[in-house]
Design a protein around this ligand. Structure first.
Ligand SMILES: Nc1ncnc2c1ncn2[C@@H]1O[C@H](COP(=O)(O)OP(=O)(O)OP(=O)(O)O)[C@@H](O)[C@H]1O
Ligand SMILES: [Mg+2]
Length: 491
């Protein structure tokens, strides 16, 4: 054994000596040539290919998206396998990651690869207070025989999975517009389909439609239509239209873009806003009927006497505001600048041309006031009515607010809800304790009381309207008698 080491040692010493001579006396061309040959020789004995994905592109200037997508993929897969983990607090929750020293072995369609997180330690001496940054990168190693498979199929799989994981984990945003600019806050609304009180059949239809839509990328491409869908939510105030918008965004894990049309000058600003809307988003225009110029029907109504008066009043208000020359007056003037055609262009034009899945939702209290062109199928594909609280809706609210599945008072509530109209917001309000320690029975009794008085009010109204009609009928009969008398006198 010792002899072998002696022999190898002396051979190694001779090779190093010759290499030193070559470096000293040979010209550079020969030097490079020998280097190339030695690299080729080395690759013959090393069959592995390595790919590095750096965290930053350039000099820490731009984040490499591939790195973060791979990070999502590996974090989700490796935490189940790794023996050494690292804990980090990310956005207020604990995330476990594979320790930097650990390798992660992945297998896809029978091909094995090895991932590791490495870093190039910075050698530069920093003059600032900040410590110099190390260059972190993910290293992917695989057999060179699988080069094509890994660089195409496997990496596509990693990027797709990583993107989906990233999207489901990201903190979603609520965007609102001030003129042509979006400002954003973190979107954290607790609404979900489980907590929305509405007819279970329509709820199922919406959920099915959303699932179908979110999985239909190829379908939309095949039929040559943009990957968009429009919903019109209509119903009285307090029936859950805004809550349903939040539940839809939560279900799809989309951002929300809440457009305030009265803040927008048409066309130019609307177009600018559009360009800023990203994929996987719900665009909402609440109370769309409140913008006068959006409703053709309303324009014709303005010709009617009562509405004419309203218009006159409006003009007076606007005029007096103008007199004040306040900023609010100028803003008010903008209301009339939003046009129906501007909005139709918004839905059909550039909006449709931009890639990615998007949902557009209009809400209104008066669906019948909207111009047909705006809500026809193809623009607003689903028309969803949110209405007064039924017994199914009540049971959901009782579960949300009281954690109550059944109670002997439920039957009384069922029959009262069948006999009278109460919006879910009012039912919910009655189920909320007004003082501490109010028990379930007291709250249900209060709701029953509210329903009974609502019913009595409705019956009284019906009674008075009945009286009114009989009064009118009596007056008509009197007039007729009077006319007949005159005719008789004339003849
Ligand atoms: N269908 C519902 N399911 C659950 N909660 C509801 C429902 N409807 C109303 N609520 C409750 O009432 C409150 C008001 O509801 P929401 O703002 O969604 O009504 P809306 O239909 O958008 O009213 P508006 O037409 O005035 O904008 C919500 O915060 C929610 O707690
Ligand atoms: Mg609302």
């Amino acid at each position: 054994m010792g002899e072998i080491w002696d022999l190898t040692g002396s051979k190694l010493a001779s090779i190093l000596f010759i290499w030193a001579m070559v470096q000293k006396f040979c010209p550079y061309q020969i030097h490079d040539f020998i280097k190339k040959i030695s690299n080729k020789l080395a690759s013959l004995f090393d069959p592995y290919v390595e790919v590095r994905f750096f965290e930053y592109i350039g000099d820490f200037k731009k984040i490499n998206e591939a790195f973060s997508v791979i990070d999502h993929y590996l974090t989700s897969k490796s935490t189940n396998q790794s023996k050494k983990l690292q804990g980090e607090f990310v956005k207020n929750s604990l995330v476990l990651k594979t320790d930097e020293r650990e390798e992660f072995h992945d297998e896809f369609e029978g091909i094995k690869v090895v991932w590791s997180l490495r870093k190039i330690v910075s050698q530069t001496k920093s003059v600032s207070f900040r410590p110099p940054k190390d260059k972190r990168y993910y290293n992917l190693m695989f057999h060179r025989g699988h080069r094509d498979f890994v660089t195409k199929s496997y990496l596509n799989h990693v990027l797709e999975q990583g993107k989906n994981i990233g999207l489901s984990k990201r903190q979603r945003k609520l965007y609102t517009n001030c003129k042509a600019k979006w400002s954003r806050v973190i979107f954290e609304h607790p609404a979900s389909f489980e907590t929305i009180a509405m007819d279970p059949k329509s709820k199922k239809e919406i959920v099915d439609d959303l699932i179908r839509f979110s999985k239909s990328k190829e379908y939309y491409a095949r039929i040559g239509k943009p990957w968009k869908r429009g919903y019109l939510l209509y119903g009285p105030p307090g029936t859950g239209k805004s809550s349903l918008v939040a539940a839809i965004a939560n279900f799809l894990k989309y951002d929300i873009y809440d457009i305030e049309l009265t803040n927008v000058k048409p066309n130019a600003e609307l177009r600018k806003l559009l360009i800023g809307i990203t994929s996987k988003s719900v665009v909402v225009i609440e109370d769309i009927d409140c913008s006068l110029d959006l409703t053709g029907q309303r324009k014709t109504n303005l010709e009617n006497g009562k509405e004419k008066e309203e218009k006159k009043d409006m003009n007076q208000v606007v005029a007096s505001l103008h007199e004040l020359k306040s900023e609010a007056a100028i803003e008010n003037q903008k209301i009339s600048q939003v046009t129906l055609s501007g909005l139709l262009n918004f839905i059909d034009g550039i909006w449709s041309a931009s890639p990615g899945e998007r949902l557009i939702i209009f809400t209104t209290n008066y669906a019948e006031r909207l111009n047909h062109a705006l809500i026809r199928r193809g623009r607003m594909d689903m028309h969803i009515e949110l209405s007064y609280c039924g017994f199914d809706g009540f049971k959901i609210l009782a579960m949300n607010y009281l954690n109550l599945e059944s109670h002997f008072l439920f039957e009384t509530i069922r029959s009262l809800l069948e006999e009278t109209n109460m919006i879910p917001a009012d039912v919910a309000e009655n189920l909320m304790p007004k003082v501490t320690n109010e028990d379930v029975e007291t709250l249900l009794e209060r709701l029953i009381q509210a329903l009974r008085s609502r019913k009595e009010e409705a019956e009284k109204k019906e009674g008075t309207s009945g009286e009114d009609t009989s009064k009118e009928e009596a007056k008509d009969a009197e007039d007729k008698e009077f006319e007949e008398e005159i005719e008789n006198v004339k003849s």
